[in-house]
Design a protein around this ligand. Structure first.
Ligand SMILES: [Zn+2]
Length: 240
């Protein structure tokens, strides 16, 4: 009997020592989700939303800074640098101001240009009459600088000197640089490569559709028709 009991107990012991099937069964294959990579997307802080001023309540003749109303323009304000035909900097800082009516027409024209993949780039905008005197002192020749006593439409806030560049910032070929005084800059100079004629045509036709007129000898200069009768001004903008 004792032996039997012993044998039974031994059996019980052996069976209880058997490995229990593991509850944490390892899968044959381990699928790991590939890590998402963002090689081509650098982490950038979101740009703060730009807010622009509106023309509401402003008189048509008020002087405004174009960049306060739109960020769709490009600027290369040459008279705030020495890179101009005077070889002198005549503005304390580079700002583009015009009267409200000119600004409105420019924004409307620029919207049309954007639809065609280009935008206006400014060389000069409103020019205070005192700066006209400064320019006259450097070059006293009415062929190149308007007589400050009479003033120019730039002094009235109704003229701009512009070209076009692509939305990626590449300037369109207009055949000459800004302030090139010679026949090649004339609108009636047609002995030019077709792409230059096309670029000038795009600039001129679009500006004319928005109330601007051009002068024969400078492809870059545009006057707002409604700005010719405004007074010559000497409003000066602030520089930081
Ligand atoms: Zn001009």
């Amino acid at each position: 009997m004792t032996n039997r009991i012993c044998f039974f107990l031994l059996l019980v012991l052996i069976s209880s020592c058997k490995d229990k099937p593991s509850e944490e069964k390892k899968p044959d294959q381990v699928f790991e989700e590939p890590m998402e990579t963002f090689d081509s997307v650098p982490l950038e802080k979101p740009e703060p939303q730009k807010t622009f001023l509106t023309f509401e309540g402003l008189a048509d003749t008020t002087f405004v800074r174009l960049a306060d109303f739109s960020d769709g323009f490009a600027y290369d304000l040459r008279y705030a640098t020495e890179n101009n035909f005077l070889k002198e900097k005549v503005y304390d800082c580079a700002e583009c101001y015009t009267r409200v009516k000119t600004a409105k027409a420019l924004i409307a024209a620029n919207s049309d240009f954007h639809d065609q993949g280009v935008r206006i780039k400014f060389f000069d905008c409103y020019r205070p009459n005192s700066v006209q005197y400064k320019m006259w002192e450097i070059v006293s020749n009415p062929q190149y600088v308007a007589n400050p006593d009479k003033g120019s439409i730039h002094n009235k806030g109704g003229a701009v000197d512009i070209t076009l560049e692509t939305l990626e910032g590449e300037e369109l070929d207009m055949g000459t640089d800004f302030d090139f005084f010679g026949k090649r800059a004339y609108h009636d100079m047609t002995d030019l490569p077709q792409n230059i004629l096309d670029n000038r045509k795009l600039l001129k036709e679009t500006m004319e559709q928005h109330g601007f007129w051009s002068i024969r000898t400078e492809w870059w200069h545009y006057n707002l028709s409604a700005g010719s009768n405004d007074k010559v001004a000497d409003f000066k903008w602030e520089c930081d």
